[in-house]
Structures are given as C-alpha cells and as structure tokens.
Design a protein around this ligand. Structure first.
Ligand SMILES: NC(=O)c1ccc[n+]([C@@H]2O[C@H](COP(=O)([O-])OP(=O)(O)OC[C@H]3O[C@@H](n4cnc5c(N)ncnc54)[C@H](O)[C@@H]3O)[C@@H](O)[C@H]2O)c1
Ligand SMILES: O=C(O)C(=O)C[C@@H](O)[C@H](O)[C@H](O)COP(=O)(O)O
Ligand SMILES: [Zn+2]
Length: 378
C-alpha cells in the first residue's frame, strides 16, 4: 500500500519546544510506528486510553509502539465525570508500579478527557515527562490536543486543577472518526464554529456552505476542518501560550458553558454542547449591547442549529440565575474580582476579551435563557 500523505501544522513555541501536528489518513503501519517512535523520548512508554476506546484502538497503537519501544498500557473509566484527581492518580500509580523514570513518554489515546488527564499526569509525574496526543474525537483533533492546556475538573468548577504542558507531537488519523457517534461529532463542531466567530470569517462561511458534508463525514471536509482549526489554534497559542491575553478568545462561550457543565453535573452536557449554548448566550449578550447586529446574531444561531447543536437550555434544566453567577464568579478569567468575557464585536470574525461590559446586559442575557428554559414569557 502506498504511504499516506499527511499535512503538518507546526506549533511554534519558544526554547525549542516547537512540535508538529500530523493530520492524515491511511498511514501504513511502518510509517505510523516510525512517526510515533521518533517523538518518544527514552525507551519506555505508557499508553493510556479508556474502556470505550480500548476495544477499538488500543491493540493497534500498542503494537505500533511496541515495534520500537517498551510499552505499558492503562485503561481508565470513560466519561467527563471521571475527569478527576482520583482517576488521574491511577495514571501516576501505574507509572510508578512499572518503574517509569523521567526519560519516559506518556501517550494519550482518546478524546479531550483522556488528553487533558494524561497531559496533566505527564506534567506532574516526577516533575514533568514527555507526552504525545493521539486524539480520536473531533473535539480533540480540532482543539484539546493542541496548545498544552491539561487538567481535571473539580466539583466547584471545570478544569480548575491543571498545568500548561505541551506535547511532543499530535498524531491525527481522521479514519478513527468513523466510529465516533454523531452526537460527539457535532459537539466537536462547536469549537470549529468558535474559530470562525473569533478570528476566521472565511472558515465560518465555509461551514455555512459545507455543514452537511461535515455531518456526513465527507473525508475531504473533515480533513479541511481539522487542518484549518489546528492552524487557527496553533497561531493563537504561538502568540500567547499561557493565556496572558489573546488566547483567552479561545474561551468564547466557555464562561457560560462551563457554568452549565458544572451546574448541571459533569457529563449531563457534552462540552461542545454546553459551549454551543454558551456561544449563543455570548452572541445574544453582544447583540444586546449593540456590539453586533441582529444579522450576525441570526447567522450564529443558524450555524449552531445546522450542526444540530443546542442553543437553549431545556425546560427541565437545573440552571438558574444564581447558579450561573456562582460558577461564573469562579471563572479562571476573573482578575482582581472582575469577570472578563469574550464578546463578539463588529463584523464576523472579530471579538474582544474584556472586563469592560454592561453587567446588566449579562444578567438580562442569563435571565432570558433561564426564563426560556422555564417556559416563561420573556
Ligand atoms: N485542553 C484543551 O484545550 C481543551 C479543549 C477543548 C476541550 N477540552 C476538554 O475536552 C473534553 C471533551 O472532549 P471530548 O469531546 O473529546 O470528550 P471525551 O473525551 O469524553 O470523548 C467523547 C466520547 O467519545 C468516546 N470516543 C472517543 N473517541 C472515539 C472514537 N474514535 N470512536 C468512538 N468513541 C470515541 C469517548 O470514550 C467518550 O465517551 C472536556 O473535558 C473539555 O473540557 C479541552
Ligand atoms: O486552548 C484554550 O485556551 C481554550 O480555551 C480551548 C477551550 O476550547 C477548552 O475548552 C479549554 O479547556 C478551556 O480552558 P479553561 O482554561 O477555560 O478551562
Ligand atoms: Zn472548549
């Protein structure tokens, strides 16, 4: 079989920490084994996945890595509600039990939950070891595997415990998306829409034209959306690795969305679904403040709905104004007690990260979405 052609998007960082994101399909065994092992420091690797992914992909990646390295495996329980310190401890336990030293590499095989947890374990194991991302969901391919945000949830807030720790490489095989359920596919598209809204009007317009192909998993459409998203994320991370400024724009919709995830109970909403409602709320608030016009608000709602994503809370949602405000007050973007938000401003593809917004418009927006979910007139 001829070798796969793949794209490479580079994440440029300081101090020689640049790394490649490989985006391809149909890699030969030899090629994939060689590509992965070239980024594995030391002779030993720990490959971590979950119990939903392991029957489908663990053996394949284990045997690829075993061609060149000693590999240990660990299968964690699946689910957003398992993104905890307790489950992360299992990774550290395993690494110690099999005697991994500092010159080892952890590999994360899975979606954003596995990637965030394995990355955080790699950040703290013996004060930091190398790791590789092998993302298997759209969410992980377009967003979570890139940029080095790692961590776990806390009952009082999403991703509250974590570290910035960049991978050695991101290895994407879009063939692995063939087994991904539709709901998960759609959840990942939420973050692609985000790139369009915050900085890439052409991508937003491409999504308006090509959403059906994406939902049907057309190979070229998937490849284009993954590559373009990785390019957007790599540019932002290069400009601001540790979120001193512009990186915060990647959090569009997340202040509301994270409140929905934490307040509803982790796992009730998929991350991308909560972000979709949060994005609708951020857009609605921007329109309320007259930072964007009604036309852009409608295009935002329409595109989210075209991706089969939610743009409102259901009638039985436990979310209310107090719950939103409680979780939002603990958001990681709060500085000196002041909440900062990402709001859309001006033409499509522009946004602002600011604490200088109309708080009344924020509370009205929350009330409007909560009232809608309670079925009251607004
Ligand atoms: N670090 C970041 O920058 C960043 C960015 C975005 C999201 N996140 C985090 O990522 C998490 C969400 O990631 P996610 O949406 O990938 O969820 P996930 O990791 O829970 O994966 C979704 C579901 O799909 C299953 N799955 C994974 N790959 C599969 C495949 N190929 N075929 C069939 N099933 C498969 C998983 O086992 C899981 O049940 C959240 O915790 C979010 O906070 C982090
Ligand atoms: O990479 C980033 O920066 C992001 O904000 C990407 C988000 O999509 C992602 O959900 C991230 O985990 C949120 O980070 P947090 O710091 O708000 O927890
Ligand atoms: Zn996100």
């Amino acid at each position: 079989m001829s070798e796969s052609t793949y794209d490479v998007v580079k994440v440029d960082l300081s101090d020689g920490r640049d790394y490649p994101i490989y985006i391809g399909t149909g890699y030969s065994e030899e090629q994939a084994a060689e590509m992965l092992s070239s980024h594995i420091e030391g002779s030993k690797a720990l490959l971590v996945t979950n119990d939903r992914i392991s029957p489908m992909y663990l053996e394949k990646y284990e045997s690829l890595i075993r061609q060149n390295k000693e590999v240990h495996t660990l299968v964690l329980p699946d689910g957003e509600e398992k993104k905890t310190m307790e489950v992360l401890q299992l990774i550290l336990d395993k690494a110690l039990e099999v005697g991994l030293d500092r010159k080892c590499t952890f590999l994360a095989l899975g979606g954003g939950v596995i990637g965030d947890m394995v990355g955080f374990a790699a950040a703290i194991y013996q004060r930091g070891v190398n790791f590789i991302q092998i993302p298997t969901t759209v969410m992980a391919m377009v967003d979570s595997s890139v940029g080095g945000k790692t961590g776990v949830n806390h009952p009082l807030g999403k991703n509250m415990i974590g570290a910035f720790h960049q991978p050695q490489c991101v290895f994407i095989d879009t063939d692995n998306l063939s087994t991904l359920p539709d709901r998960e596919l759609q959840s990942g598209i939420s973050e692609i829409i985000k790139y369009g809204l915050i900085r890439d009007a052409d991508l937003f317009e491409w999504l308006e034209e090509n959403m059906d192909s994406l939902l049907k998993r057309d190979a070229l459409a998937l490849r284009y959306a993954v590559k373009r998203s990785c390019e957007n994320k790599a540019e932002v991370v290069k400009a601001d690795e540790k979120e001193a400024g512009v990186r915060a724009t990647l959090n569009l919709g997340h202040t509301f969305g994270h409140a929905i995830e934490s307040g509803s109970g982790y796992g009730t909403w998929l991350h991308g679904e909560a972000v979709a409602i949060g994005t609708a709320m951020a857009a609605s608030m921007s329109a309320r403040m007259e930072w964007i016009d009604q036309g852009l608000l409608k295009r935002t709602y329409d595109l989210l709905e075209k991706a089969n994503l939610p743009i409102e809370l259901p009638l039985d949602s436990p979310m209310n104004q107090a719950t939103f405000l409680k979780y939002m007050a603990a958001d990681k973007k709060v500085a000196n007690g002041k909440l900062r938000l990402i709001l859309l401003k001006g033409e499509l593809g522009n946004c602002e990260f600011t604490g200088d917004f109309d708080e009344g418009a924020m509370v009205e927006t929350i009330d409007n979405f909560v009232a809608e979910c309670q079925g009251a007139a607004v």
